[in-house]
Write a protein that binds this ligand. Structure first.
Ligand SMILES: *Cc1c(COP(=O)(O)O)cnc(C)c1O
Length: 377
């Protein structure tokens, strides 16, 4: 018998992670029977529990059942996928769109197609794990530049002049909440003849005019060198992901993307929910409420060690694992759920509380959180 114990190395106590078997109850979360206000969800607009969205899902389940039964390229496709793809592309300002299973699958499949061992990929050090893994799987030469350091990126572009080059960046960064300078990235892509991939999972539904995100906000949507990736699992309150680009790029993905071809299509009901959610996002009221909440939170958190974030992701920097765990436990006692984020998710010494705001929080709840934070950190 093989002894597998050493294959799963034990982590030190402060690094162990737990699956909480928590239960979501509207905007609250139940952990071990205790009901807490949830300040850790990416459901930025509360659309996962929106009655209109949930009704659309119910209707779709009644009509189409649950699972889609096969890959989109066999028999799992549905007209609703195509309608929603067109609607998303038009809203975001791109020629074409492809829906896939999740953000993780989108980035892994995308990088596998775009890059090979003759490609140089230039990537921000803080990019999401899905982009990192996608590049690794592709076998490309992986050049990582310090977070948001476009000077170093420029030097790397000057030093590595292969034919196939791709710059890859998160839009809004998932653990820091700050945003990439996408205008400057597009300029570099033009100057150095590269492709640019931006994953704006967190900017969509939260930033810019009616939540169109960072790319549309910067006025570079639909650029011929640009591919945008996003998820339906965050502000859309649903599940799944999308890739936006020129018609030619997206057709290339339809033909070859392994995580699309060899994976079961999303349930139609999940897309029906996301489509209803987009209709609500477009109205703009929830997005504006969220943006107001971010300003309100910042106004009441002046004493905290925050990172410069304009997004609903607001990290309170606490240094050690122990500090972050202690603060998280203290907040829990006062009824707030804000988990500690520790290495390896973030760098050594950068443990933090990662607060995420939602449009459906009230100002009173946000104020109470800032008071509790001031007392415990
Ligand atoms: C959450 C996230 C993903 C993963 O998306 P899922 O749909 O949850 O798999 C990818 N990229 C970024 C930047 C994310 O924040």
């Amino acid at each position: 018998m093989v002894d597998t114990r050493n294959w799963f190395k034990t982590l030190p106590h402060t690094r162990q992670r737990k699956l909480l078997a928590s239960q979501r109850d509207g905007l609250k979360i139940k952990v071990n029977g205790q009901s807490l206000l949830n300040f850790s969800s990416n459901d930025y607009l509360g659309l996962s529990v929106n009655p209109q969205v949930c009704a659309a899902v119910h209707d779709a389940v009644n009509q189409h059942g649950l699972g889609s039964g096969a890959s989109r390229l066999i028999s799992g496709d549905d007209p609703l996928f195509h309608q929603f793809e067109q609607e998303l592309a038009a809203w975001k300002g791109f020629e074409s769109c492809l829906l896939v299973g999740s953000g993780m699958l989108a980035n892994i499949g995308l990088m596998q197609i775009l890059a090979d061992r003759f490609t140089h990929v230039f990537a921000d050090k803080l990019n999401h794990a899905s982009l990192l893994d996608g590049v690794r799987l592709s076998g490309a030469k992986h050049l990582r530049y310090p977070h948001a350091d476009l000077e170093t990126l420029t030097q790397l572009l000057q030093q590595n002049t292969d034919d196939k080059r791709i710059i890859v960046s998160d839009g809004v960064f998932s653990m820091d909440g700050d945003a990439a300078d996408v205008k400057e990235l597009i300029q570099l892509a033009e100057d150095y003849d590269t492709l640019l991939v931006v994953d704006d999972a967190h900017g969509t539904g939260t930033l810019g005019e009616a939540g169109k995100g960072l790319i549309a906000g910067a006025g570079v949507a639909g650029h011929a060198r640009l591919i945008e990736v996003g998820t339906l699992g965050k502000a859309f309150g649903s599940y799944g992901a999308y890739i936006l680009g020129t018609e030619q790029m997206i057709e290339g993905l339809r033909q070859r993307m392994r995580t699309l071809i060899y994976s079961t299509a999303l349930p139609v009901a999940v897309i029906a929910g996301a489509k209803e959610a987009l209709g609500i996002i477009k109205i703009g009221a929830l997005v504006h409420q969220l943006q107001d909440h971010v300003r309100y939170f910042l106004h009441h958190s002046k004493g905290l060690n925050l990172l410069p974030s304009i997004s609903p992701i607001q990290p309170v920097m606490l240094g050690s694992d122990a500090n972050a765990l202690k603060a998280s436990a203290a907040l829990k006692e006062q009824g707030f759920f804000v988990p500690a984020i520790r290495p390896p998710t973030v760098a050594e010494g950068q443990s933090r509380l990662r607060i995420t705001l939602s449009a459906t929080h009230s100002q009173e709840e946000i104020k109470a959180l800032t008071e509790a934070l001031a007392n415990c950190v």
